[in-house]
Design a binder for this molecule. Structure first.
Ligand SMILES: [Cu+2]
Length: 141
């Protein structure tokens, strides 16, 4: 008798899991973010340790140095919207704190989140990812 009951219970679990999966099938699955939005970054901004301006189709300066825990300020004066994300394109996984900038409209100022690790982080314009003028690096030390 016990064996039969156990078999029934074992069969019931996958069936319930399947029902749960189907029930969650609606929009907004966390496993499939929209392109370009992978890794919006966690945490919050730290004190700004450097400033990067986007103007005339390029970022300036292309390399800045900050201390561990600081943020970088991005200013867009390029006359059009830009998108700032961590390398590598399109995964944006190296330094998710940079992804807090994301879309930045003309005239807007945005901060990265606090960069918590001593390393060098590359970034790019997600809508023009191969344009070297819109790429740069943040050295965290
Ligand atoms: Cu990208």
């Amino acid at each position: 008798m016990n064996t039969g009951t156990r078999l029934l219970a074992a069969n019931a679990i996958p069936a319930l899991a399947l029902i749960a999966l189907v029930a969650c099938g609606g929009g907004g699955s966390p496993t499939s973010p929209p392109p370009g939005n992978a890794g919006t970054g966690t945490g919050s901004p730290g004190p700004s340790g450097a400033m990067i301006t986007i103007a005339n189709g390029r970022v300036s300066p292309q390399s800045v140095t900050i201390s561990v825990g600081q943020s970088v300020t991005f200013i867009n004066n390029d006359g059009r919207g830009r998108t700032v994300y961590s390398n590598p394109h399109p995964a944006h996984t190296d330094c998710p704190s940079i992804n807090a900038v994301a879309s930045i409209s003309n005239g807007q100022t945005k901060l990265t989140n606090s960069l918590p690790t001593a390393r060098t982080c590359g970034f790019h314009d997600h809508d023009d990812p191969d344009n070297g003028l819109l790429q740069g690096s943040i050295i965290i030390q």
